[in-house]
Ligand binder design. Sequence first.
Ligand code: ADE
Length: 235
Amino acid sequence: MRIDILTLFPDMLTGPLDASIVGRARESGLLEVHVHDIRDWTRDKHNKVDDRPFGGGPGMVMMCQPLHDAVLAVEDKDPRRTHRMLLSPQGRRLTQDHVESLARQERLLLIAGHYEGIDERVIDALEPEEVSIGDYVLSGGELPALVLVDTIARLLPGALGHDDSAAEDSFSITDDDGTPLLDTPHYTRPRVWDNREVPEVLLSGDHGAIATWRREQQRQRTQQRRPDLREDPKD
Ligand code: ADE
C-alpha cells in the first residue's frame, strides 16, 4: 500500500513514521509512505501558501493553488488511483470499521490542513473524504494523519509480529450480537507484584476457562467504560 501525505510541516511527521510498527512496515516494503511539503508547489514569489480570510475573522486560510497543484503532481508520481482524504475536525469521526476498509485500499493521499482552514473551493474541486479523529481541535492535520497511518499499518497482513494480534484488539473483537468489545486485561511475570496477584484462571492452563474469563472481562469493561458501544454499535 502507498500513502502520500501533503503538509506544510513535514518535520512533524518524519520521526513517528520511522518508528515502531509503521517504521517496520515501511522497511519491509508492506507500506510506502511519502511526505510532501505543499510549499514546494507555491507559485508566489514569497512562497506564500496562505492568506487572510475574505469576510474577516481570525487566522489565515490555506490557498487553493499550491494545494491543488501538489495533489495533482503527487498523484502523477504513481499510476495507482488515490483515495483522497482531508484530515479536519469537520470530517466524519474515524472508527475501527472505517480504518479496516481504508486498509484495503491500494493508495491513499492524506491532506493535513492547517491554520484556520482551507479555501473551500479547493476542497470542492478535489472532493476528498473528510475525516476527523475525534471531537476536539488540533493545530493541524499532521497528528491526525499519523494516527490514520498507524491504525492502517497495524492492519496490513504481516505488519504485527503475531498474526492474530490485530484481530484481538479493542473494537476489532465483537460479542455474539456484533457489539464491539474493549480488550481484556493483560498480565505478565512476575505472578505477584506489589502484593497484587495475576488472576488465578490465567495460570490454570485451562484454555476454555481462560477464553470464558477473558470474554467476561471484555463484556464487563465495555459495559462499565463504553456502554454507548452496546446501545448503538454503529455510532
Ligand atoms: N485537524 C484539527 N483537528 C482535527 C481533528 N480532530 N481531526 C482531524 N483533523 C484535525
